[in-house]
Design a protein around this ligand. Structure first.
Ligand code: CP
Length: 302
């Protein structure tokens, strides 16, 4: 079966096909393509958007949803292993969407079951369906994916959405600015990935208007408190960058502010009124991107 565990497994053609299908679902999200199918959403970590948009995607395609959003109510709290949980759910469902705190959990699941696994986030590693909706949002707002300058701000160490987005954008000749405090810099493996793919990137500790004014996509991120082993370090860095509306005053007309959400306080509420704020529509795009991903892994032609 076909799973989506990492955006790395998608070719440029795969990405463009899925984005094309997302566009079709935006035009018409209510189609009976999953009639008779059951999808399981297994969320071992909290979620609002990812789980609810996947479940909406399945419901609007005529499928049925089973699953859990609180693993403490399942037999994993009695010591059942991830392996046994996946094998049990595979007895009941045609597809598993899973979020887990362990990096590699979705890949592991995909190796022990015959039904497709969609990774809805594995620790600080990958969040490929988020990347697909981010790419869809970028394409929609910029009219293209190629030759864009993308500035990623905040927790670049633990933020799985930025890790996946680097890989997803690598087919489209991006220029990256990485804005992070020293403690939360982009990990070396992703910088090596950029080097290998001849992608230009610049690292900054200051969140300056000079960088904002060169930017097409300003990708804000939350400092991921749940990934810190030292909470004092979290307290030191949690408020390090806050985007305020006046910081966008001289930015390019086409700049759009994206954020995978949830936000804590890294985007001031006055930015919400700016026509450059796009994070709420971005989350809406998740529904269409996820409908396209579900059909892709199940081999359903649209
Ligand atoms: N962007 C995202 O993954 O949001 P949730 O954690 O609410 O699913």
């Amino acid at each position: 079966s076909k799973s989506l565990v990492s955006i790395d497994q998608c070719t440029k053609e795969d990405i463009l096909r899925i984005l094309d299908n997302a566009r079709k679902f935006e035009d018409n999200p209510n189609r009976n393509l999953l009639e008779g199918k059951v999808a399981a959403t297994l969320f071992f970590e909290p979620s609002t958007r990812t789980r609810l948009s996947f479940e909406t995607a399945i419901n609007r395609l005529g499928g049925k949803v089973i699953g859990f959003q609180d693993a403490s109510t399942t037999s994993s709290s009695k010591g059942e292993t991830l392996k046994d949980t996946i094998l049990m759910v595979s007895n009941y469902a045609d597809l598993i969407v899973m979020r887990h705190h362990l990096e590699g959990a979705a890949k592991y699941a995909s190796e022990i079951t015959d039904i497709p696994i969609i990774n809805a986030g594995d620790g600080a590693n990958q969040h490929p369906s988020q990347t697909m909706l981010d790419l869809y949002s970028i394409q929609k707002t910029q009219g293209k994916l190629t030759d864009l300058t993308i500035t990623m701000v905040g927790d670049l160490k633990y933020g799985r959405t930025v890790h996946s987005l680097i890989s997803g954008m690598s087919h489209f000749n991006p220029t990256f600015h990485f804005v992070a405090p020293d403690e939360l810099r982009m990990p070396d493996e992703y910088k090596l990935f950029c080097d290998k793919h001849n992608i230009k990137y610049y690292e900054h500790t200051a969140f300056s208007e000079e960088v904002i004014n060169e930017t097409d996509i300003l990708y804000m991120t939350r400092v991921q408190r749940e990934r810190f082993t030292d909470l004092e370090e979290y307290q030191r860095v949690k408020n390090v960058y806050i985007l305020k509306s006046q910081m966008l005053e001289n930015s390019k007309d086409n700049l759009r502010v994206l954020h995978p959400l949830p936000r804590v306080n890294e985007i001031a509420y006055d930015v919400d009124d700016s026509p450059k704020a796009y994070y709420i529509q971005q989350a809406r795009n998740g529904l269409f991107a996820r409908q396209a991903i579900i059909c892709e892994v199940l081999g359903i032609t649209i």
